[in-house]
Design a protein around this ligand. Structure first.
Ligand SMILES: Nc1ncnc2c1ncn2[C@@H]1O[C@H](COP(=O)(O)OP(=O)(O)OP(=O)(O)O)[C@@H](O)[C@H]1O
Ligand SMILES: [Mg+2]
Length: 453
């Protein structure tokens, strides 16, 4: 059962001490290296958050040259690693030097088991705090509004519209294919509205049988029908003061369309079996993946209701037309599910990323979420391969005429490279084969903001 233990790298050339340390630190999934080369190989392979190291390593077991050089290589390769230096009594000067070079802490040999465990534990804690902190900062930069990850200009425009309409009382209709984030945006709108401290109530008209929908929406009085044992408020009434989200409103049966319209006009509800008109103040947001205008024109949806519900219409673009978002979301979900499964963070192989970008994602973000979750579970080793995703991708890429749309292509290339490198500007510029200053110039010209410095 080493799987859920955090990985700890011990660098120690003395076999006796190796054993002793392994034994003292058995709360961790320990890997041991005896020299610089194997230490770096294990670091690359396991990415341990914490390393303990002896400064006296071969070929300089009595000095500290090799130990300090190893420390330097570790921090160059993985700067966030917390390195705890274990030193002999007479080695104080080198221990201080190591701290100056970026070691996290030092500890005197022979080691007190309890103290060493505490030091190691604290190092892991600090590492995870820093990691979480970075993740939050990063997700904010990639997140134009609560719950929404995107850098696509079309989606950013959608977010701006949501921000604009949030403070008003206008009814908002969210249109978009399934899985594009209609509910996420409805919630974000509620959060940004003056009603945020009150309830957000959602009802999915497609998921509830027609005969139950009315009582779900408007509630009922005791004895209104068989089984109506006590007075029950409907979702509309429960949302009072807050926001009421009608999902899949295109599936609302005609009879209920009339009742909903009446509510929107009069702003009162009448529970089934009741005689009182109860005033209710709610903001209505609705969503559908259907073409509601067409349904209205062909008489399958009340036109008057359509106009009431659609004071503001926001159309959410499908994932396949969002620039760079597929890779960006894939990274986001990968990191999220790795954390949830307590797996060390995996990365995508280049083929896996290419497949993610080439796939059309008919089920949009929801489909992506499911695929990445499965891939995180299926992946062996430290990378998610294209096979782990199991995407059915067409071999041929869509040709782009670069000459005609040069500027647009440049913009797209930048956004995509940044998304693929998870926001790392240096990596993105390398991938594009341009210098870092050129990358910054181009980003400034296209008004693209970076996440990482
Ligand atoms: N831009 C986004 N960033 C991060 N997560 C997202 C984004 N858009 C959607 N999601 C996630 O994808 C899933 C589907 O989103 P949501 O339920 O809002 O979509 P929907 O359009 O209502 O889908 P459906 O038509 O299936 O009801 C949710 O788990 C949501 O958290
Ligand atoms: Mg939904």
């Amino acid at each position: 059962m080493t799987q859920n233990k955090p990985k700890l790298l011990i660098i120690e050339d003395d076999v006796g001490l190796q054993k002793q340390l392994r034994w003292s630190l058995d709360a961790y999934d320990v890997v041991v290296a005896g020299d610089r080369e194997s230490a770096l190989a294990l670091l690359r392979r396991h990415e341990p958050a914490v390393v303990t190291m002896d400064l006296g390593l071969p070929p300089d077991p009595d000095g500290a040259t090799e130990g300090l050089a190893t420390l330097q290589s570790i921090l160059a390769l993985a700067p966030d690693t917390k390195v705890i230096v274990l030193t002999g009594n007479q080695d104080h000067a080198n221990a201080v030097k190591a701290i100056g070079m970026g070691a996290y802490d030092f500890h005197q040999k022979p080691c007190d088991q309890e103290v060493l465990n505490l030091v190691v534990q604290r190092a892991f804690f600090l590492h995870s705090l820093q990691h979480e902190n970075r993740r939050m900062m990063q997700s904010q930069a990639d997140s134009p509004m609560s719950g929404v990850i995107s850098r696509d200009p079309g989606m950013l425009k959608v977010c701006r519209s949501i921000e604009k309409v949030a403070p008003t009382s206008a009814s908002v209709m969210l249109l978009g294919e399934s899985g594009t984030g209609k509910e996420v945006l409805a919630r974000a709108l509620h959060q940004l509205s003056p009603r945020a401290t009150n309830r957000f109530m959602a009802i999915n008209c497609a998921a509830i049988p027609e005969n139950l929908l009315e009582s779900e929406l408007f509630g009922y009085e005791k004895g209104a029908f068989t089984g109506a044992a006590k007075q029950t408020k409907g979702k509309v009434e429960l949302a009072s003061g807050g926001t009421f989200f009608l999902d899949e409103v295109g599936d609302l049966p005609m009879a209920l369309q009339a009742k909903l319209l009446r509510f929107l006009q009069e702003r009162v509800v009448e529970r089934i079996g009741g005689h009182d008109e109860i005033p209710v103040d709610v903001r209505v947001i609705c969503a559908t993946h259907r073409n509601l205008k067409e349904l209205a024109q062909s008489g399958r949806f009340r036109e008057d209701l359509y106009y009431r519900l659609s004071e503001i219409v926001v159309t959410i673009p499908p994932l396949r037309v969002r620039d760079g978002d597929a890779a960006l979301l894939a990274h986001h979900f990968k990191n999220k599910f790795c954390a949830m499964e307590s797996r060390p963070t995996l990365h995508f192989s280049p083929e896996a990323l290419a497949a993610i970008e080439a796939y059309a994602w008919p089920g949009n973000v929801r489909e992506m979420e499911n695929y990445i979750k499965r891939a995180v579970i299926m992946a062996d080793g430290s990378a998610i391969q294209a096979e782990d995703l199991g995407l059915d991708v067409e071999a041929e890429e869509q040709p782009i005429n670069l000459r005609q749309i040069r500027d647009e292509a440049e913009y797209k290339a930048l956004v995509k490279a940044l998304a693929r490198s998870d926001g790392n500007i240096v990596k993105a510029s390398e991938a594009l084969g341009i210098s870092r200053p050129t990358m910054y110039d181009l980003m400034a010209r296209h008004a693209i903001k970076g996440t990482n410095a």
